[in-house]
Design a protein. Structure first.
Length: 216
């Protein structure tokens, strides 16, 4: 089994736990209070801005144009494609990305952002990949699972669910996974273990993020 397939398999139980959180279950059922979704969306907008910054570092350290293009493809997904639904929601809250700038991250969000930026600060390309990929891959997994249930289509949040359950998004995740496998081919078991640990840490931070709106 490839390194990334092993890593993904190990993280499925954490992502399954994300699915069981009240936030995700209520989002799927459509019963999630709009205020709660709003809080998530605002926090997520803060998160995604910092998330994008890590790619600046990845691109800076990249050695080939191919690598730069790959990183750019993820970044453009985050700042353009993914942004479309998010911006529509912000509009419903009567907000724009500019309003997000003055809002503080909640502690769970801050911890995730700190983890991303600390990893970026060290500047190791593969470590950065491990820190950023669970964000992409867990969402593809989680939202595809939600979309498997035909009842999800009746949720008021279906536009949001549908976006991440998209097959093209899943295909991009597979491409990013193959890319990462290519980078990790020649690593020792110890190095792989270290990388796997970083990936898991990010998955756990994803879980905390889903729990965040229901903390209070
Ligand atoms: C916290 C978080 N993780 C993953 C994604 C998927 O891009 C997101 N938008 N937000």
């Amino acid at each position: 089994m490839s390194f990334m397939n092993e890593v993904l398999e190990k993280n499925i139980p954490i992502w399954d736990e994300c699915i069981t959180t009240p936030f995700v279950q209520e989002m799927k059922a459509g019963t999630l209070p709009f205020e709660c979704f709003k809080e998530y969306m605002i926090q997520d907008s803060i998160y995604l801005k910092h998330y994008a910054r890590v790619y600046g570092k990845e691109i800076y350290h990249a050695k080939t144009l191919r690598d730069i293009q790959l990183y750019y493809s993820v970044l453009s997904f985050v700042t353009d494609t993914e942004s479309a639904v998010r911006l529509r929601y912000l509009e419903q809250f009567d907000m724009t990305d500019d309003d997000i700038e003055s809002i503080a991250p909640l502690p769970e969000n801050q911890r995730y952002i700190d983890f991303l930026l600390e990893t970026a600060e060290r500047g190791d390309e593969k470590e950065m990949l491990m820190a950023v990929l669970p964000c992409m891959m867990s969402y593809s997994y989680i939202f595809r699972r939600l979309a498997e249930d035909p009842k999800s289509k009746e949720s008021r949040y279906w536009d949001f669910i549908e976006d991440y359950a998209d097959e093209r998004y899943a295909e991009s995740c597979r491409e990013w996974s193959r890319f990462t496998d290519g980078k990790c081919e020649t690593l020792s078991d110890t190095e792989k273990e270290k990388l796997s640990h970083i990936f898991k840490k990010a998955s756990l931070l994803e879980l905390d993020f889903w729990k965040m709106p229901y903390r209070r």
